[in-house]
Design a protein around this ligand. Structure first.
Ligand code: CMP
Length: 140
């Protein structure tokens, strides 16, 4: 199945100048960039995007981190790209993410309240449709 997935280069990735490297890995894998936009998130966008994490201990610091600078919002396209991008991204915790992955090669623990783990990728077709609609209204 050709899928679309919503990928975010989080504020740590943009700040560190890794947007190009991350897009390069997505394109080198063979996925297409269907939309790319540098955006400042808003509390409303993040409340929708992270609705499932509301109430968790890391929720407030997560929202604060995601508001700390612009994010690169990206829609990628390709066969099984949802699973494929999560494989490219690596485990949530960059300390243990496998070498070869975005988080494993480029990320580490900075001792902060939230895992600053460079990227987000949708975890299912349902989340992808929902998240693309949040970040790119009209594209969902
Ligand atoms: P993401 O895939 O964007 O979804 C939720 C985010 O919360 C996750 O990436 C991390 O940035 C962060 N996160 C998830 N679990 C934890 C945790 N246990 N402690 C701190 N931050 C977390």
């Amino acid at each position: 199945d050709v899928q679309r997935s919503l990928v975010l280069v989080k504020p740590d990735g943009v700040r560190r100048g890794l947007s190009g490297e991350i897009l390069r890995r997505i394109e080198a894998k063979g996925y297409t960039l269907a939309a790319v936009e540098l955006r400042q998130a808003t509390p409303e966008i993040l409340a929708a995007h992270y609705a499932e994490h509301e109430g968790k201990p890391f929720y407030e610091p997560l929202v604060e981190f995601m508001l700390s600078g612009p994010v690169l919002a990206v829609v990628i396209e390709g066969q099984r790209c949802i699973e494929g991008f999560r494989s490219l991204a690596g485990a949530t915790d960059p300390t243990v993410a496998a070498p070869g992955t975005i988080r494993g090669d480029l990320g580490r623990d900075w001792g902060l309240a939230v895992q600053q783990n460079l990227v987000h990728g949708s975890d299912s077709e349902e989340s992808a449709a929902r998240e693309i609609g949040i970040w790119f209204s009209g594209l969902g």
